[in-house]
Design a protein around this ligand. Sequence first.
Ligand code: ZN
Length: 187
Amino acid sequence: MNQNTILAIMEKYSSDCMIGNLHDDETTICCIGNWHSIPSYVERYIDRHFENVIFGFRDEYTTCSDCGQIVKTSPDCHGWLPDYWMGDGELQCETCARKESFVGYMEDIVNDHNKANTMMSHEELETAGFEIYNCGYETGFHPHQTDSPEKVLQELQQENPDLDYLFSITGAGQFDVNWCVYCRKSA
Ligand SMILES: [Zn+2]
């Protein structure tokens, strides 16, 4: 049984199904469809014949506009961070964004308090000319977690208008987000 056969079975019961590998894990097969309308024997059957299967709903997953592989777009745990980029209306997975849009991604999120890096490593940010300006910011529900990206950006831009600033999320919990500010000399 191959993926097309599974898809054909799923499509008998649910429209708008997808099947494919997760973009960052070739060993995981995602079976995406409306599992409220697909009979449970289909799920059991797939589970028996394939290892590492994820059964997901269509509003939780989409495909990368470049490589066509499946990307999860809704959180599945408290520490979840997006590993995709919505560029010009097109969604790119982390791998494709890194390969095709590295500069575009940086330019998109720089000097914008509503955007933050969730994909590139510290080393990659350094490659793009950024260095850590300050770390240890926390935004959340606990009393001390009051850092506001908007305020921080305003203050930094007043302090040092010759720099570009980029927010980078270093961790997310159930009720809070930890982040750093990177900077580089403005072009
Ligand atoms: Zn991709």
